[in-house]
Design a protein around this ligand. Structure first.
Ligand SMILES: [Zn+2]
Length: 85
């Protein structure tokens, strides 16, 4: 991860005092209109506190036009698994 200096709120836990990183995020939507697509990895700017940066292995994302939401669990994977039963 490349650290970019700036103080802001964590995109995952919303705590103050996060820093901006450029890192790989697994996105679940395409970036123009926010339609759900097959998940893909893309280099993204994201604000993270130190705790979340430490535990971030796979960060998930969705959104469009730079207005994105991020999370660490497998919400879409769980939904897909339930649908198949
Ligand atoms: Zn955090």
């Amino acid at each position: 991860m490349i650290e970019i200096k700036k103080i802001c709120y964590c995109d995952l836990c919303k705590k103050e005092g996060a820093k901006t990183y450029k890192t790989l995020v697994r996105f679940h939507t395409e970036q123009n209109e926010g339609r759900i697509v097959e998940p893909y990895f893309t280099l993204t700017s994201i604000e993270l506190c130190e705790k979340c940066a430490e535990k971030a292995i796979i960060i998930n994302g969705e959104g469009a036009q730079g207005n994105n939401r991020f999370w660490l669990n497998n919400r879409y994977d769980e939904k897909e698994a339930k649908g198949k039963k």
